[in-house]
Design a protein around this ligand. Sequence first.
Ligand SMILES: Nc1ncnc2c1ncn2[C@@H]1O[C@H](COP(=O)(O)OP(=O)(O)OP(=O)(O)O)[C@@H](O)[C@H]1O
Length: 234
Amino acid sequence: MLELSGINAFYGQSHVLHDISLRLADGAGVAVVGLNGMGKSTLLKSIMGAGPTVRGPVRLDGQDLDRLAPHRRARLGLALVPEDRRIYPHLTVAENLALAGHAGTAARPPYTVEEVLAFFPLLRRLAGRKGFQLSGGEQQLAAVARAVLARPRFLLLDEPTEGLAPLIVDAMGTEIRALRARDGMGLLLAEQNVEFARACTEHVLVLNVGSIAFSGSWAAFDADPAIRDRHLSL
Ligand SMILES: Nc1ncnc2c1ncn2[C@@H]1O[C@H](COP(=O)(O)OP(=O)(O)OP(=O)(O)O)[C@@H](O)[C@H]1O
């Protein structure tokens, strides 16, 4: 169980997240939606300890992660795919994937590069291609695949569909659903694409200027169209 109990996050003097509480059970899927600048990325980075200053507890199985650097959190089973992907341009896809192997543990051994390429058929034929030779969508798939290689318990995905062609969005959705089913991987997905988010998760949390405006099932979200009208672009 990953649990946030009333956390606040800051960039310097700027107070960005306000009293965010969230429980993500093993295997559960929660989407974080909201307009640009509402704090979705900051929430994911706060959980990973990667950027903002955080006040308030972020706990994994009751253990406070507060003092742990991002690589220590990775070894406990968290993986963040940031918006800016960070694929190494002069390494091949296979070499980029192999880099994630060190985050595995005896309890959760990493997948092999071959196994991960089998999960992502679109990437398989690109295995020997260098990062700079990939389209934005292919880089995004490679970044997700690299995070998956470490067999995370909780995958934190920051707007994976941004700027992607519909075909790649569909492929990404299919792979993410399959991974969740195969491994019982928990997913926290920051997205502006509500249809994609709905297809990949069971619950939704709407952020509005750093605060939770709604939290519940997709059915509850759909039952109140005013939420969508007020907090999301159509
Ligand atoms: N490194 C930073 N330093 C200072 N302020 C920041 C930094 N990163 C983000 N912010 C500010 O924090 C707020 C929340 O940004 P965040 O990136 O978390 O939003 P978001 O919902 O993910 O938006 P987007 O969809 O545009 O990525 C914004 O006001 C943003 O300008």
